[in-house]
Write a new protein. Sequence first.
Length: 479
Amino acid sequence: MAGIGGDVAAGDLNHYGAFGVASSMVGTATSNKAFFLVFLLAISVRVINLLFSDFSQDAMLLEDAAIYWNMATIGNGLSDVLEYVIFDQTERAPGYIVFLGSIFSLFGEHFLPVVFLQSVLDSSTCLMIMALGRRVYSESFWVFGVIAALWPNFVLHSASILTDTVFMFVFTWFLLSFIWLLEEKRVRLALLVGILLGLATLIRPVTQFMIVLIPVFLPILLAVVGSGLRNAFRLSVVTTLIAASCVAPLILKNLYHYDSLALTSQNGTHLQNWVAAEVVMLRDGVGRSQAIDSLSSKTDQKLNLLSENKRDNPFVLSALQSRTAIDEITGTPFPVVLKSWVQGAVVNLAAPAVMIDKRVRSLPHLSFAADTKGTLIERLQQYATGSSSIYVIVLLIGSGVAVLVSGLQFAGFFVHLNRMPVLASLSILTVTYFILVNGPVGSPKYRLPIEPILIVWLGCALLAIASLFSRLRYFRTMS
């Protein structure tokens, strides 16, 4: 097939089905076998991880997990969950809670069915990453699948009661379908891209700005890969309208009941207590609790000026928190804000995923987010000196591996750029989007949306190195 897909087989472009991704993207028995073996490897690794996991409530319902679990177990069945999550609460997007409620209606309120089904979804995500890598290295595409199957950030999150695994399944499918759209330029693929982007946003609103950016960037990308302007415009309109229609009911509900166009009322809390708080911590050299207290005090002053009716509106509070956060960030010298964003990007790209493992977190240690302050180096020093020796050893080993992998991924981007300029440009735009949206907030969790791209870059680097060594051996043999 000609176009951005290079020498990808035509059988790789059958676009219908989620769990049938492997069979729909291959045209030969060898390819089918590779997809099957990678899925088997992925699910085996995840099941082994589950066998050594702690399924007690204290271990499983940490932080946000407890919020999702409690929302999904409210009432007497799925209908009560749907009514509550869609109409009665505003803090969280409904997608993952509906997923949990559906599982509970079939298997009861147990952890194991949830994490096992998430493991199946995560293993399917590995196949889609394998298909992404196939665009770059059509013969050695299995390498990308093996890397994804063993990727710690995926394995560990699949065993958690969090949105990440379900979001990554839908979002990776969106990335793959976006490439299908660039390759074939058909309306049915524009429909699929729009649906997947809308569903991803209903699971985690982090992609909501992509819906706004689609009509800006998609026509340009389509024109670059040879689509006529009229068709590029038509496909962009279809994609945008479908994605917007998925989130429109939630927005209209919030507009009718709360006079707000926001998807959730969580935006203000995140922007104030995480994004702006990180800027204040770096600027003033204070801890997180002090930064949050200072910001909350400013928001409370504004809130107290409002009528009681408005104070009861969760979106009013969210808007005030957002205004406080934005005022604080814009009132901070730009070099400090830039440094804060850079530090967040460094942590997001290089933080070892093993540190979020529940078994590692059970070791005595400080909280990097809550118990440290100052510059990134100063916070890392406090983090290390205040944690147990075993925890620090794991941290050092994990950080060393993460830095090495990050270096390979950086090199792999240039390999990707050389082999597939359009796809590499699209990938760097996606990475940039999430770095800017995440801002100074750093964690392996926030790196997840760009992991498919980082895995492709790592695979490109490893295959390029293997090719280089192969050539060196050949020249030595010839000499």
